[in-house]
Design a protein around this ligand. Structure first.
Ligand SMILES: Nc1ncnc2c1ncn2[C@@H]1O[C@H](COP(=O)(O)OP(=O)(O)OP(=O)(O)O)[C@@H](O)[C@H]1O
Ligand SMILES: [Mg+2]
Length: 277
């Protein structure tokens, strides 16, 4: 079964797109077949990976949202990264929620799209930095959520809204999603404030916080500009090692989670609203 992992935050600029790109790169290097889905109308992931010019001539996830009969495989593009493909997005994705919120399959549209996809080990979804339709749809479509937290006070204030929203979607739509982990991003360990925020995040999320956090370095953007993970450009740098270790932790947690799922009774109750096809 394809495992679907989504990066979510309530605010922008926490490192979602960078983690999505780098973890796809690390998983691809290990031989896993990866599909990226850009579920953000900003289309940063798409622009970073396939470039604005190439993007102008292709369809994207917005077409799939609005036309349930289309085959998602026809929208998959190759990337420069080994074993990594992408369904891109365009700014017109911003118009999708208004058309689907009371219509079609609503919050289940994305799940119904990903259910048709085959031939991959993992799907990684990048989301906008808000808790609106496109992000909420990923709570239903995904198995695992990763929450990147940039250590700033505003990030902490947003965490409560995010976890409440995840819980509500789980309850109301019987979404079988879990928070795989929380990763502290762009850390500068010399700053005292960062340590304080790290402690706060750990006291809120406990062992959900990944052992690995990522450091701040200009090498991150340099690699992104080349449409590859940091490991591809600077294999020995600290951030490359951190992404490699984070990838190990992600695989380990997913494996553990699968073992728990196969043991537990999966009949988890009545579905209140379901437009799954
Ligand atoms: N480890 C890092 N070191 C330095 N800069 C980084 C690092 N990771 C990400 N950045 C930069 O920080 C900015 C925000 O990161 P990113 O775009 O990944 O966040 P995001 O959560 O996807 O933002 P948005 O919500 O706007 O989509 C970008 O300019 C990115 O290149
Ligand atoms: Mg982003």
């Amino acid at each position: 079964m394809i495992k679907i992992i989504t990066q979510v935050t309530q605010k922008g600029g926490n490192g979602k797109t960078s983690i999505t790109l780098n973890i796809s790169y690390e998983l691809g290097r290990r031989g896993f077949k990866i599909l990226l889905i850009d579920d953000d109308p900003q289309a940063s992931l798409s622009k970073n990976i396939i470039g604005e010019e190439a993007l102008a001539g292709v369809g994207g996830i917005e077409d799939l949202y609005l036309n349930p009969d289309l085959d998602p495989h026809e929208f998959i593009l190759d990337t420069k990264m080994e074993n990594v493909s992408i369904i891109p997005s365009h700014s017109s994705l911003a118009g999708v929620p208004a058309r689907l919120i009371y219509d079609g399959d609503g919050f289940f549209t994305l799940k119904n799209i990903v259910k048709k996809i085959s031939g991959f080990d993992y799907i990684l979804i990048d989301t906008p930095g808000n808790l609106e339709f496109l992000t909420l749809s990923t709570f239903i479509a995904s198995h695992h959520l990763i929450i990147p937290v940039y250590p700033a006070l505003y990030s902490l204030l947003a965490i409560n809204d995010l976890t409440t929203s995840i819980e509500k979607m789980k309850r109301n739509y019987n979404a079988d999603v879990n928070i795989l982990g929380v990763v502290l991003t762009m850390m500068d360990r010399r700053a005292n404030l960062y340590k304080e925020i790290e402690d706060e995040v750990k006291s809120f999320f406990g062992d959900k916080v990944f052992a690995i956090s990522t450091s701040r370095t200009v090498k991150s953007e340099e690699a992104t500009l080349q449409s590859i993970g940091v490991s591809g450009l600077y294999p020995e740098c600290k951030l490359a090692k951190e992404y490699q270790a984070l990838c190990d932790e992600i695989i380990e947690r997913i494996t553990q989670n699968n073992e728990v799922i196969t043991q537990k009774d999966t009949d988890s109750g009545k579905i209140t609203q379901n437009k799954e096809v």
